[in-house]
Design a protein around this ligand. Structure first.
Ligand SMILES: NC(=O)c1ccc[n+]([C@@H]2O[C@H](COP(=O)([O-])OP(=O)(O)OC[C@H]3O[C@@H](n4cnc5c(N)ncnc54)[C@H](OP(=O)(O)O)[C@@H]3O)[C@@H](O)[C@H]2O)c1
Length: 432
């Protein structure tokens, strides 16, 4: 085993344990690649006394991360903690000339540019397949399998928690607050669910995918982001009536002003592929100039799917080492061809608008006039007189494609109408 690759792990929780199990079990496909031999030399955790589901040699598990970083027999550091200092640990490992494999999307999305530069300068790799869409090999597909394509667009269901919640709401199993409470009780949502329900988690993942697909340099902070917190059962009911399903989508596409990137709830036609990705599953639809449309779907999280992605990175590292290849990190450095994220204001989108309006003649006319002044044309109107509540009735308007900037101005004007009670609810629509 002398030429086995020395692994140092930081974190032996859900994903770390799965990764160790896969390395110890070495499935047949891995065993056939005989050069992919690994030796787990050191593992840092918070509490080394904790009983684990895996057995490691005495002295391997330690309580101090520095022991992993300082160990000269560790060639690859596998960071699987999600802890606050993860960025510092990854940077220190790279600076010490060790390759790094991580599942930490926040660190890659926020600090990727700096870390890729360090890795390149040090001649080591920084691999992060597990950071987006768990077990789905989307990063490897974009970097390798689809490398001959110009990616035209990318639509992803990248957050399992919100997809699980929206699936249950669509099945009529409750409204947002009760479904969120259920999701927390069942372990699908964190005690603090903000990163998931606000769309921030999906935006970090979209920033990573966009860097690879479109050479963008921005972070999640540059991506328009709206979560699912305001989705109500009535939105879902109206969507169903119109033939649509509501999903939280991460979208990036080439646009004249740059790369349009946004995360928000979307109404998708019920028969579209992404509308039929249920529960905690993830999916990414990629349109490439040569391959056309491809949809990747599968488990976006979980112990073994995520560990599968971690180990695939390790095997790739081993193969490169064996072949004497230089690192693969160069293609993550965005140079002259860097693209910027375009503002959502220039995006052309179809919209679903829902509002409670006074049950009086002339209301629709006033709203139509505001939309027309912004060059927004109406595709259909749905009004339910029988739902009369407190003198108001629900009014739903679906528009043709319009500019986001114009729509925001129209919404402001409609919100100010005395006949509209409680403001406009807007959900964007996609043909995907
Ligand atoms: N779980 C998933 O399905 C999934 C999917 C995709 C990506 N990820 C990412 O994978 C990473 C790991 O997630 P996980 O679910 O495996 O987490 P987890 O089960 O909470 O495990 C975290 C591990 O990190 C260790 N740790 C935490 N803080 C530490 C510190 N300050 N020093 C040393 N060790 C520390 C913990 O030690 P103790 O065991 O002693 O407490 C534990 O072993 C995160 O970045 C997460 O976002 C997870």
């Amino acid at each position: 085993m002398s030429d086995a690759i020395g692994i140092g792990m930081i974190g032996l929780g859900t994903v770390g344990t799965g990764a160790v199990q896969l390395l110890q079990d070495a499935p047949a496909a891995m065993r056939r690649r005989r050069h992919a031999e690994f030796d787990i030399r050191r593992v840092a955790v918070r509490d080394p006394a904790k009983v684990r589901d895996v057995t490691l040699a005495d002295g391997v598990v330690v309580g101090d991360v520095q022991q992993v970083l300082d160990d000269p027999s560790v060639q690859v550091v596998v960071e699987l903690t999600g802890a606050a200092p993860a960025y510092e640990w990854i940077r220190a490992a790279l600076q010490a000339g060790k390759s790094v494999v991580t599942a930490n999307k926040a660190v890659i999305a926020l600090h990727g540019a700096e870390l890729f530069d360090i890795a390149l300068a040090k001649g080591v790799d920084l691999m992060f397949e597990a950071s987006v869409a768990g077990g789905i090999p989307i990063i490897r597909s974009l970097r390798n399998g689809l490398v001959a394509n110009r990616v035209e667009s990318l639509h992803g269901i990248l957050n399992g928690t919100t997809n699980y919640m929206l699936t249950r709401m669509t099945r009529g199993e409750g409204d947002y607050p009760e479904i969120l409470a259920d999701a927390q009780a069942e372990g699908y949502a964190e005690p603090d669910p903000t990163a998931d329900v606000s769309g921030a988690d999906a935006a970090s993942k979209l920033a990573i995918l966009s860097r690879i697909a479109f050479q963008t340099t921005g972070t999640a902070a540059d991506i328009y982001c709206e979560g699912i917190e305001r989705i109500e059962s009535s939105d879902i009911d109206f969507a169903r009536e119109l033939g649509y399903t509501i999903k939280l989508l991460a979208i990036a596409r080439l646009a004249p002003g740059g790369v349009e990137a946004r995360v928000h709830p979307v109404m998708l036609p019920q028969d579209s592929q992404l509308a039929n990705i249920h529960a905690e599953q993830n999916a990414i639809k990629v349109v490439g100039s040569a391959v056309g449309t491809q949809v990747f779907t599968g488990a976006g999280a979980g112990k073994m799917p995520t560990a599968s992605a971690v180990v695939s990175d390790l095997v790739e590292l081993a193969e490169r080492k064996r072949a004497g290849a230089t690192t693969s990190i160069g293609d993550m450095i965005v140079g002259d061809e860097a693209a910027r994220f375009a503002s959502i204001e220039d995006a052309e989108i179809r919209y679903f608008l829902r509002m409670q309006v006074a049950d009086q003649p002339g209301v629709l006319e006033q709203i139509a006039r505001i939309l027309s002044a912004q060059h927004i044309s109406i595709a259909s109107v749905l009004q339910k007189e029988r739902d009369l509540q407190g003198g108001t009735v629900p009014l739903v308007i679906v528009t043709h494609e319009a500019r986001e900037r114009a729509m925001q101005q129209a919404v402001q004007a409609i919100d100010a109408l005395p006949l509209v009670d409680g403001g406009v609810r807007l959900i964007r629509m996609e043909a995907a």
